[in-house]
Design a protein around this ligand. Structure first.
Ligand SMILES: [Cu+2]
Length: 410
């Protein structure tokens, strides 16, 4: 008896610890994804939120760009069916619009390796609170790849939320309540019917007593003729009921279209990343474990007509900024931006026509806190990321780099 009490106490204590720890955890598992997937699949950049403080029914627009890495990991299925979604803690927003390369995007689409895309998502605030929101990609057979997150605050009364939609035949319906009673009654109907049928059988001898009765040749006592009659009645009545309800619905809504399952066809933009004007070849990269620094030895070939400088390195949603160039967009509230994290050993601008080999150092504890340093424990320890170069006029050149990483442990 004492042992059972002890067991219950320990279980309750463990449960309350678990709940307490969940209250203070904000992450959504994005750190758990293997670094090579975060760095070498969807490479997000220029992601912006139109506003942070909203009221119920207000809209927020998320815009951004991404490059689909050329060096897509071998072990990850190719992006033949992908869906851009928004990660939220529950239905706190509804998504009203979504575009890829300016084209309305409803279904899934295939992405091309090496392709450049821009997106726009419009969300409408539904429930009050403070939420961390990420755009993210669902990749068929591979899982999800999170984009950069942002805190949004919604104020107001959730009862004021409305979601009117105009149907194809011109009716305006409120999606918050439309068909709700019908949906609930069908669920209740099936739950009651299913539970009743289950209870009908559960009240009989089960498992071992049943086995014993079978062994003793008493199987006739286990299934009565009433059971058989009820089973036959269900077999006839349930399909008739379903078909009847289907026929009624069909006559009530004659112009219904099925849920669409085709893929959208959307072509990449004209190349924005690796457009050939500034070419970057990474010859060697080392990760210094104690210094938490990635050091890239890169050959930069400037084919543009202006001198260029390395301004930023972005990888797996981390951004390392070279503040001596200071051209990169700086979101000071974003904890994943290392404002002074990037250094170049020869800081002079690379002249038009010049080819120079430079050492680029991206150093910050973010490598460790975001668990990207687990890279060299992977069987596929290759780094991927975007290198941003700027000329004096502010024009930007982006290069997608991919290279094997050698760890330096001391
Ligand atoms: Cu988040």
């Amino acid at each position: 008896m004492l042992n059972i009490k002890k067991l219950i106490t320990v279980t309750l204590w463990a449960l309350s610890c678990l709940m307490a720890s969940q209250n203070s955890a904000y992450a959504h598992g994005e750190k758990a994804l293997e670094p090579f997937i975060r760095m070498r699949t969807i490479q997000w950049y220029d992601v912006r939120w139109s506003q942070e403080q909203l009221k119920i029914n207000d809209e927020v627009v998320i815009t951004g760009k991404f490059h689909v890495a050329e060096d897509w990991p071998r072990s990850v299925p190719k992006p033949d069916a992908t869906y851009l979604n928004v990660s939220t803690p529950g239905p706190v927003f509804i998504r009203t619009e979504r575009y890829l390369n300016g084209q309305p995007w409803v279904s899934s689409a295939a992405l091309k390796l090496g392709g450049d895309y821009d997106f726009k998502i419009v969300l409408k605030a539904r429930l009050p609170g403070r939420f961390h929101i990420h755009p993210f990609f669902n990749l068929h057979d591979a899982g999800s790849v999170m984009g950069p997150g942002h805190w949004l605050e919604i104020a107001g009364d959730s009862a004021l939320f409305s979601n009117p939609v105009k149907t194809l035949n011109g009716d305006v319906v409120d999606m918050e309540s439309y068909g709700f009673a019908n949906g609930v009654s069908w669920h209740v109907f099936w739950i009651v019917l299913g539970s009743a049928w289950l209870l009908w059988w559960v009240r009989r001898p089960l498992f071992i007593p049943r086995y014993k009765m079978l062994q003793a040749g008493n199987e006739d006592a286990l299934i009565t003729s009433l059971d058989k009659t009820i089973a036959k009645a269900i077999l006839v009545v349930v399909p008739m009921f379903v078909l009847g309800a289907y026929a009624m619905t069909d006559s009530q809504y004659p112009n219904a279209i099925p849920l669409q399952a085709a893929l959208d066809q959307i072509e990449p933009l004209t190349p924005e990343v690796n457009n050939g004007l500034v070419q970057v070849k990474v010859k060697r990269s080392e990760y210094h474990v104690p210094g938490r620094a990635m050091i890239l030895t890169a050959q930069i070939h400037n084919l543009s007509d202006q001198p260029v400088q390395v301004g930023e390195f972005a990888s797996g949603n981390l951004r390392f900024i070279n503040n001596t160039v200071g051209m990169a967009y700086q979101d000071h509230g974003d904890p994943l931006v290392a404002q002074t994290g990037l250094k170049v050993d020869s800081p002079d601008p690379i002249q038009p026509g010049e080819t120079r080999t430079v050492q680029i150092e991206a150093a910050d504890s973010l490598w460790e806190t975001e668990q990207l340093d687990g890279l060299f424990r992977d069987a596929d320890s290759r780094l991927g990321g975007l290198l941003f170069l700027y000329d004096a006029t502010g024009k930007r050149y982006v290069a997608s780099v991919a290279t094997a990483v050698i760890p330096q442990f001391n």
